[in-house]
Design a protein around this ligand. Structure first.
Ligand code: FES
Ligand code: FE2
Length: 377
């Protein structure tokens, strides 16, 4: 049995939510980039995408282009995707290379970022190989989920969010063997016309679930759900009613997951194991403007099906999932319009230590961490 109280923290007792300005002001998003996103652990890729020495993938943190590569010693490294010579981009997309060669003037770099093979002559000026290397970025991982952090001083994930990886492995011991699905079968990447914090707020309370998610509510036993607060993350345990037939999708009680487990890692990573056919997911909610967000997900499946019908049940859940996503998206977009109303300045938290099905204490904890990071407390 998992000790849900290990590493728990107690949130504040503030009563009022973040003011509307935090959700609509372009200057707040600029501050969030500097104070939060450029200093936080952000999901970059799954380790299986970097299977061999020289495998690389590119990604972006807002306008910052970066790439991750597996070096010859098997270490995953991340670099800014920019050449130190004159600033050209080094690599595009994904692939495999034995060295990184800049397309502009062909400066070449080993997979560990050191410069190699420059043209030399007696009269050529310029730096020696020893003086030049790629600009490296911090990398860490939760099981096989690879994260990057643009802050060179950032604490490792095991210090920033102690116990999180252990909880994930305790809930799903097979997680290291699970692999991302080949194609995106689930319609779970979507833009939402709402501030990224509206999406996180919505994820961190199930107060709305009875009203808004009729089918999900019929599957779950939300009165028994709980949200625990930990250092820089939260952990929600949400049992189903264990009904084979329900309005969402059928559960096969001998093989399926019958209790949902959901984590949120500050600031924008959502991790979980949904009820139903065995699997695991990680999602990110990334702001594109103060009023819009992109939610992207990677879903993992077990290497061997739990039973012959697992695929079929997996498909049934995948077909159902857009229903609940659409319900949450509509709620968030509605709230975002509310943030612009002159009649709304700031909301209220509803909290109840004994009724986590309605309590918004996990959402308040997100705001506690957010305000501390923004230095507005
Ligand atoms: S900018 Fe890369 S080699 Fe010149
Ligand atoms: Fe919801």
């Amino acid at each position: 049995m998992l000790d849900h109280l290990e590493n728990t923290v107690v949130g504040s007792d503030r009563q009022r939510t973040l003011a509307a300005d935090y959700y609509i002001n372009d200057n707040k998003l600029k501050e969030e980039k500097e104070r939060i996103f450029f200093r936080s652990w952000l999901y970059a890729c799954h380790a299986s995408e970097l299977a061999d020495a020289g495998s690389f993938v590119t990604t972006k943190i807002f306008d910052q282009s970066i790439f991750l590569v597996k070096d010859r010693d098997g270490q995953i490294r991340a670099f800014y995707n920019v050449c130190p010579h004159r600033g050209h981009q080094l690599v595009e997309g994904l692939g495999k290379k034995s060295r990184i060669t800049c397309p502009y003037h062909a400066w070449a770099f080993a997979l560990d970022g050191k410069r190699i093979g420059s043209r030399r002559s007696k009269t050529l000026t310029g730096p020696s190989n020893d003086e030049i290397c790629l600009s490296e970025i911090r990398v860490d991982r939760l099981v096989d989920f690879i994260f990057v952090n643009l802050d060179p001083q950032a604490q490792p994930l095991s210090t920033f969010a102690p116990g999180l990886e252990e909880q994930m492995l305790s809930v799903e011991p097979d997680l290291p063997a699970m692999k991302p699905e080949e194609a995106v079968q689930l319609d779970i990447d979507y833009p939402c016309e709402a501030n990224w914090k509206v999406l996180v707020d919505n994820y961190l309370e199930c107060h709305h679930c009875v009203n808004a998610h009729d089918q999900f509510n019929d599957m779950m036993d939300l009165s028994q759900s709980s949200f625990a607060l930990h250092k820089n993350y939260t952990f929600q345990v949400a049992p189903t009613e264990n009904k084979a037939e329900n309005k969402a999708f059928p559960l096969e009680r001998d093989h399926d997951i019958t209790t949902g487990h959901f984590w949120w890692l500050f600031p924008n990573t959502l991790i979980g194991q949904f009820p139903g056919a065995k699997g695991f997911y990680l999602s990110t909610v990334t702001p594109t403007t103060p009023d819009s967000t992109m939610r992207k997900s990677v879903t993992l499946k077990p290497p061997v099906p739990t039973d012959p019908e697992m695929e079929q049940r997996h498909k049934q859940r995948a077909e159902w999932f857009p229903t609940v996503s659409a319900e949450d998206k509509a709620l968030c977009e509605n709230v975002q319009r509310g943030m612009h109303q002159r009649g709304y300045q700031q909301g209220w938290y509803v909290t109840d230590p004994e009724a986590h099905d309605i309590s918004e204490h996990a959402m308040r904890y997100f705001h506690d961490l957010y305000l501390a990071a923004m230095k507005d407390i």
